[in-house]
Design a protein around this ligand. Sequence first.
Ligand code: LLP
Length: 431
Amino acid sequence: MTLPGAPFLERRAGELRLEGHALASLARAFGTPLYVYSRGAMRAALAGYQHALAGRRHLLCYAMKANSSLAVLQTFAQAGCGFDIVSGGELERVLAAGGTAAKVVFSGVGKTRAEMQRALAAGVRCFNVESRGEIDRLDEVARALGRRAPVSLRINPDIDARTHPYISTGLKSNKFGIAHAEALAAYRHAASLAGLEVVGIDCHIGSQITRAEPYLDALDRLLDLVEAVEDAGVPIRHVDLGGGLGITYTDETPPAAGELVGRILERLDARGHGARELLLEPGRSLVGNAGVLLTEVQYLKHGDPAEVAAGDAKNFCIVDAAMNDLLRPALYEAWMRIEPCVRRDARAERWDVVGPVCESGDWLGRDRPLALAPGDVLAVLSAGAYGMAMASNYNSRARAAELMVEGDSVHLIRAREALSDLYAHERLIDG
Ligand code: LLP
């Protein structure tokens, strides 16, 4: 039996397996908390986009904020992907993983001068510029280096993608992008500057979007602008629709990547823009359901049964992973499926699955019906995106190890952090 939205994850003879590998055995061999990813699942997710784009001028730029571990970047670079980056640190990771700067688009509202200089020197494909202030700063930095910076203006299309408020980005009330109404003037201004070369237009309307319509609405808004900007004498080579396609965490039914791309291409054709280069910046949909977080049950703490039944008390399952390993539940109240790696033949009880961090917000799942015993290994599913990438050392907890499984192989792609790593850059004060 495969699990919803995650074709590389299956339960066979009671054992949860990722790309054929028994997860409980990996947890025993490598310790917990442990992230495990399937390389096959990542490649398959990418292929969904690539097949639909075959024969079209396009560039897929993996939004590496979703999971920036080097071997993940390497996997996508080898498959021909570019990258959407949001910091100088992400650029260095792309280069360290063997990616090429010529396929990098640099997004983000707060690029510093130093980040601009480094990205220009490395030769990124384009800066996705988000404000008038950034247009002027980038022009100045590029001229000082005797360069012309390739720019795309990120337009805020004022589209409601109806996703979580923290991950919705295409509304007027969000901090992102240049307002649609100001875009034409911003393009004229950018085109007049010697340090800039206008190459594209972009937007990003939010994340975990489970319908195609918001993309088509955003595309229409962008194409209206492309036509107006080109009429004003400023050519635009590419249209970048950002990322955001959602995945199945519970019962969501997002369109397949191929279906979404097909509808975007149809709309481009219908509006006479079929020859224009299309860029997309998918993150979550490439890696989310390729990964799990494994954690071992430490203690089971029962509430008074009568109070639990009345909803006045809880049963707590205390595990060895915490909000520092996987922040999404604490930050967004995100629901992520939790499965025992080996099914136990016992009556299920309702548990709040919580970590050891000293915060009541430190939970991974609430009210989950599970049959458990201390020592069991649980898998938090759909954890390949925004899991390890958002991990911290809160409570002086070392960050988890990461494995990539691929066919018969198991690669340790990140060693577990040593406790001494946590304070390696700290200094005592003399005397
Ligand atoms: N491009 C830009 C400019 C973005 O800001 C993002 C995500 C993406 C692409 C990729 O979006 P995706 O395909 O992954 O939805 N930490 C949150 C998600 C934050 C997304 C931020 N921007 C979460 O765990 O749900």
